[in-house]
Design a protein around this ligand. Sequence first.
Ligand SMILES: Nc1ncnc2c1ncn2[C@@H]1O[C@H](COP(=O)(O)OP(=O)(O)OP(=O)(O)O)[C@@H](O)[C@H]1O
Ligand SMILES: [Mg+2]
Length: 267
Amino acid sequence: MTSDDIEIRHLTKRYRGGAYDRPALQDIDLEIPHRRFVSLIGPSGCGKSTLLRVMAGLTVPDHGRVSLFGRTPREMCRRKAIGLVPQTPALLPWLNVRQNIALPTLVNRRRGTSHESTDDLLRAVGLEDSAHRYPHQLSGGMSQRVAIARALGLRPDVLLMDEPFSALDEFTREALRMQLLELWQRRATTVVFVTHSVHEAVVLSDRIVVMSARPGRIHDVLDVDLPRPREREVVSDSRTHEVEGRVRASLRSAWSSGINPTELVAP
Ligand SMILES: Nc1ncnc2c1ncn2[C@@H]1O[C@H](COP(=O)(O)OP(=O)(O)OP(=O)(O)O)[C@@H](O)[C@H]1O
Ligand SMILES: [Mg+2]
């Protein structure tokens, strides 16, 4: 472990007044090596979004610490080094697609932060023809693509993506996966990617973190040693199916070790 890695130690997060008498995250220990692509997968409610929000500096943990390349999440935010694609795209309704995507770049122009061109970002997510539309005129998948483009704008060192492709049709999803891989290979970015799709996690990742609910814990960490670049042949390779089988088995045991409805308490 070096200061180039992401390191999470003994992380516990409890929401006050929640429906369960248990923390959302408990004693999370996780290492994410520099420039790796790591996916988080686990049952709904196991704390994946919470973990991402803690890493992004948006939520403060009760115990434990997060170090991103030797810095705290807040320091990384100040340096504009974190790109977050939230589970629900939060677009500004009075700005059109182009303006929403360009906003972080405009706000940080004076800092001289290096950035992607807005035209390149629009092209990358296939929204060139919708640049002048407003958020209320977009489908869910289009809004997700705007949020992805916006997060990439400032060339972040860490890209945190929370189910970014969940509202997309299979073909757009596959195309964006390939684009994301290409972009990740081109840039020195560490990606933490939340998904409910086993196939997606396997195709994209170097490492898959399986979480169990609840409290959210790390159940398993699986290395994906499929060759890169992950061309389309790799996607249907028998080795890919074998890794998917291992992830599914791990998820099944995470599920059975997780939530027990009899432990529900009144809020
Ligand atoms: N602001 C909040 N206040 C209270 N409880 C919360 C809050 N946010 C999340 N929780 C609870 O914390 C737990 C973890 O939520 P989180 O959104 O991190 O799960 P998740 O793994 O991302 O789920 P999903 O796969 O459905 O997106 C859930 O039980 C949720 O109800
Ligand atoms: Mg979530």
